[in-house]
Design a protein around this ligand. Structure first.
Ligand code: AHG
Ligand code: MN
Ligand code: MN
Length: 346
């Protein structure tokens, strides 16, 4: 069905033909795409928009709120008023906000991911998750379903190109916005995560705070050809989750933002509902895996809209390896045999 260069609208029309529920999902994604094209233009104006990167408040837990965070939230909220969406659960609002109360869908959103990179002209993005409102379910309950319930998810990357990576559970599709007519066109169909890329993404400055299984895993990667992995690894850390996710979907690699011993970071920094869950569906649809170190992200039922979750994603073998280290008693991990022997020798 998917042919290169087809527009997002044509892709969604073909996918939803004759199916009213799918047409509701398509309408929602098209509204998200329209708003993201507008946000892309605002981001590109940069310093010409007074205070674009200005901090306007404290979002709590070490997160600051930037002007663009709030502008992005307003943009997507206004757009979703025109879609069959009952409520929006946003990083930028304490509680879910009702839109079209009786509508069949809800949207969880990180309107602007990578806020710390706004003033550094580094790629930033928007992450979204689309969930059904089941019979008798309130919009709030609908937003707190496990990720397996999602009908769609995606992220937009505002970088050298503006790209939309999206799934309606029919593979992970990459659409690029043409600068000429600002229309999203399919540029890569059915992305598949490469299992062999020796590249990791982690904020290495937190090494002393990581749990032992992560220290063990990272020590092995950094031991290179002399260690259990018998290969050298490269490191990339952009500081925008969407940029790391895009790179890993395009060329492979493993991403980790573990919980750590810093106060407030017990469950890491990233949010379950509007960062980990949408990304987990995209990674899984691309043949990858996503975990909190012990459970598949898609199986986890959120308790709270803003709860944090440790997040690891990439090729299934790497995710499984990290999960195994969380099961092995720490004392065993100290023995030189453990590292030399290597668990799942490549
Ligand atoms: P947000 O700007 O939506 O708060 O997300 C920022 C997140 C994520 O994009 C990125 O991977 C992570 O914060 C970077 O965290 P550190 O600054 O601790 O490395
Ligand atoms: Mn974010
Ligand atoms: Mn954000």
């Amino acid at each position: 069905m998917a042919s290169e260069q087809m527009t997002l609208a044509a892709y969604l029309e073909a996918w939803s033909a004759g199916d009213a529920s799918r047409q509701e999902v398509s309408a929602t994604i098209l509204e998200m795409a329209k708003a993201s094209a507008e946000l892309s233009a605002l981001v590109a104006e940069g310093p010409f928009v007074r205070g674009l990167a200005k901090t306007i408040g404290d979002a709590g837990g070490g997160d600051v709120k930037k002007f663009l965070d709030v502008e992005a939230h307003k943009l997507f909220k206004a757009a979703l008023q025109n879609a069959p969406v009952a409520a929006i659960g946003s990083e930028e609002a304490d509680n879910a906000e009702i839109l079209n109360e009786k509508a069949p869908l809800v949207v969880a959103i990180d309107p602007l991911d990578g806020s710390s990179n706004i003033e550094t002209n580094v790629s930033i993005g928007t992450i979204f998750s689309v969930l059904p409102v089941a019979e008798g379910m309130s919009p709030d309950e609908a937003l707190l379903q496990a990720g397996n319930a999602q009908v769609a998810s995606g992220f937009v990357l505002y970088g050298p190109q503006t790209t939309l990576v999206m799934t309606v559970r029919d593979g992970t599709q990459l659409f690029t916005m043409s600068p000429k007519d600002r229309v999203f066109r399919l540029t890569r169909a059915n992305l598949q995560i490469s299992p062999n890329k020796a590249e990791y993404a982690i904020n290495a400055s937190n090494e002393r705070h990581w749990p032992k299984p992560v220290q063990t895993y990272m020590r092995e990667l950094n031991a290179g050809t002399a260690g259990a992995r018998q290969r050298d690894f490269n490191m990339r850390w952009v500081g925008s989750l969407v940029a790391e996710a895009y790179r890993i979907l395009i060329r492979g690699g493993i991403f980790l933002y573990p919980g750590d011993s810093r106060p407030g970071y017990e469950a890491g920094r990233l949010r379950l509902v509007y960062e980990a869950i949408p990304l987990a569906l995209l990674m899984t649809e691309a043949g990858g895996a996503a975990s909190d170190g012990t459970r598949a992200i898609l199986d986890i039922k959120p308790d709270d809209l803003h709860q944090r979750i440790p997040l690891v994603f990439g090729p299934p073998d790497e995710v499984r390896r990290i999960e195994y280290y969380f099961q092995v008693p720490p004392v065993e991990q100290d023995s030189p045999l453990f590292s030399d022997r290597g668990l799942l020798r490549d």
